[in-house]
Ligand binder design. Structure first.
Ligand code: ASP
Length: 339
């Protein structure tokens, strides 16, 4: 029998509406199972680890990412796959973080949740839960078919570190515009095997040390020197600069001088775009070629979530700086495509 390790962290999926106040309050995992009687008809052996207390994913922290990574490591040999029930708000951050922390992953780690509680008549939770379980247990030629950290939501399985939550109102809450959907579930579950990452004879190595010593500089026309200084002169070792279009910024002299000085003082500056589709192309316009020659790093088509968690992971590895910079600009878990 296929053995799946289920981790219940919380989120809307496990909430019930208090009949008196209308407020959503958490369910236990047993109550979840009562709401999905179909599970009893499925041929899986589920081992369940429930967080206590269960949390809204807005309270997620790097320490909890580490707890999840260790749970997976400790139960890796005995299980065919992992299913993590998680709130959708920060699911893309946790999935991205785990993709980096679980080096050499050879089994599925599937995140899912829902927009409506599992107890509600119109819930999207049941389908998400049941199909995610099916994908977590899928095999091809006797091997796990999707040995990646993924998010399953509303009929689609996405690579976790390519995904972001884009809609808080629709059941289709996630998108992954820069990487194809890995699996699509309709009448049949269609696996897009050509785009699913596979490692030959991989050995799992778990890295739980991550550093949150990063900052974010989101640009907008009219940004003041004081705001730029506040980020660049902070203690952060690395700064994600959310730029315009293909990685462009203002060419104002004061701005470029501040960026140059920050890099000279040892700061790492990673350029990602505010656009959700497409990639940073440093040097395409004059506005980004100056940045390139100063040593601003190209974040290519990484999501904000992947950029944050990749930096946290790489800083936590304590690599020498040149190695860290090389890895930042290279795909290490399928999180970016170079143009
Ligand atoms: N606030 C909830 C959470 O992220 C929303 C959800 O589960 O969709 O935990």
């Amino acid at each position: 029998m296929t053995k799946i390790f289920v981790i219940y962290t919380g989120g809307t999926i496990g909430m019930i509406r208090d009949p008196d106040t209308g407020v959503l309050i958490p369910f236990t995992f047993e109550q979840i199972i009562e709401n999905v009687p179909e599970l009893r008809r499925m041929d899986y052996e589920l081992t369940v680890h429930s967080f206590d207390p269960i949390i809204d994913s807005s309270d997620m922290t790097p320490d909890i990412w580490a707890e999840l990574a260790i749970l997976i490591e400790n139960n890796y040999e005995d299980h065919d796959g992992f299913l993590i029930l998680h709130g959708s708000d920060t699911m893309a951050f946790t999935a991205s973080a785990l993709s980096f922390m679980l080096e050499g992953l050879g089994k599925p780690v599937i995140f899912t949740g829902s927009q409506l509680p599992i107890s509600e008549v119109r819930t999207d939770a049941k389908e998400n839960f049941i199909t995610a379980l099916e994908i977590a247990s899928a095999k091809l030629d006797g091997k796990p078919r999707v040995p990646e950290v993924c998010i399953y939501f509303e009929n689609k399985l996405y690579r976790g570190n390519r995904t972001f939550k884009y809609n808080s109102a629709k059941f289709e809450a996630f998108r992954s515009p820069n990487y194809p959907v890995l699996v699509e579930a309709g009448v049949h579950i269609k696996y897009n095997d050509a785009v699913i990452g596979k490692l030959e004879n991989s050995i799992l190595r778990v890295h739980t040390n991550v550093s949150n010593n990063i900052g974010v500089l989101k640009l907008y026309p009219g940004i003041s020197p004081q705001i730029v200084d506040a980020v660049l002169n902070s203690d952060a070792e690395a700064i994600i600069m959310e730029s315009f279009g293909t990685g462009n910024t203002t060419t104002a002299k004061w701005f470029l001088e501040k960026i140059e000085a920050a890099i000279a003082n040892g700061k790492i500056i990673l350029d990602i775009s505010q656009c959700k589709v497409g990639s940073v192309e440093m040097g395409r316009y004059a506005t980004s070629s100056a940045l390139k020659s100063m040593g601003v790093l190209n974040g290519y088509d990484m999501t904000f979530e992947a950029a944050v968690t990749k930096l946290m992971y790489l800083l936590g590895r304590n690599y020498p700086k040149d190695r860290l910079l090389r890895r930042l600009g290279t795909s290490i878990r399928g999180e970016l495509t170079k143009n």
